[in-house]
Design a protein around this ligand. Sequence first.
Ligand code: HEM
Ligand code: HEM
Length: 179
Amino acid sequence: MGQEVKVERYGLVAQGFHWLIALLLLGLFVTNTIREMVPEESESVWLGLHMSLGILVFLLTIARLGWRKLVPPPVLIDAPKWSQVAANAAHVLLNLSTLLVPIFGYLRVASKDYAANFFGLQIPSVTGQMQGLHELMEDVFHGEPMEIFLYVLIGLHVVAALWHQYVLKDNGLRRMLPW
Ligand code: HEM
Ligand code: HEM
């Protein structure tokens, strides 16, 4: 009633999932950076927190995708076909990343035959010692290439959101904001 522009928004729950997962991802990069900087004896505290936040991202992504089935997102903004295809592809890759990167993180630990830590709860290794798997996770899927991939993907996603909001002025960002 009396609103100046009508914006087709994501629901509040979908928005909550989105921003919580985004915040946790920030926490994951931060805990990882701190772990690299602190003395060796306190490294495990930060790694424990990193694992816990990562597993939380995994669980929240499952819940988010479940919710998405129940309450489908609004139709995409009216934009050229290529732009809609790119947006859909980015969203699929982002959801896949928040699902698979934690699994790869777990495998990085499990393949050393260590238990993972979820806020104090020990999650035992299902693989036992597997050197080949460990190297694959450390060198590729839960290592630097994954990190760069995520920076690029999230970077493009953020630039696209800001571009829609401030250059195209089609309220792209407000679709994910309650106001
Ligand atoms: C979305 C979730 C996650 C993100 C974005 C993430 C991100 C990262 C990044 C960027 C690194 C540094 C990689 C490198 O340069 O070698 C890393 C390292 C690591 N992550 Fe994750 N991670 C996530 C979840 C997890 C989970 C769930 C676990 C375990 C259960 C985990 C365990 C590890 C371990 C063991 C390392 C290596 C630490 C070391 O160098 O000693 N991560 N993670
Ligand atoms: C940092 C990690 C982030 C992840 C993993 C992420 C992931 C996602 C995913 C998967 C969707 C699609 C939702 C769906 O339909 O299921 C989405 C939508 C969206 N995201 Fe993000 N996002 C992140 C950060 C951000 C940031 C920082 C911004 C703002 C600057 C942003 C703005 C948006 C907007 C505006 C939409 C709605 C797009 C539309 O109109 O359909 N996201 N995000």
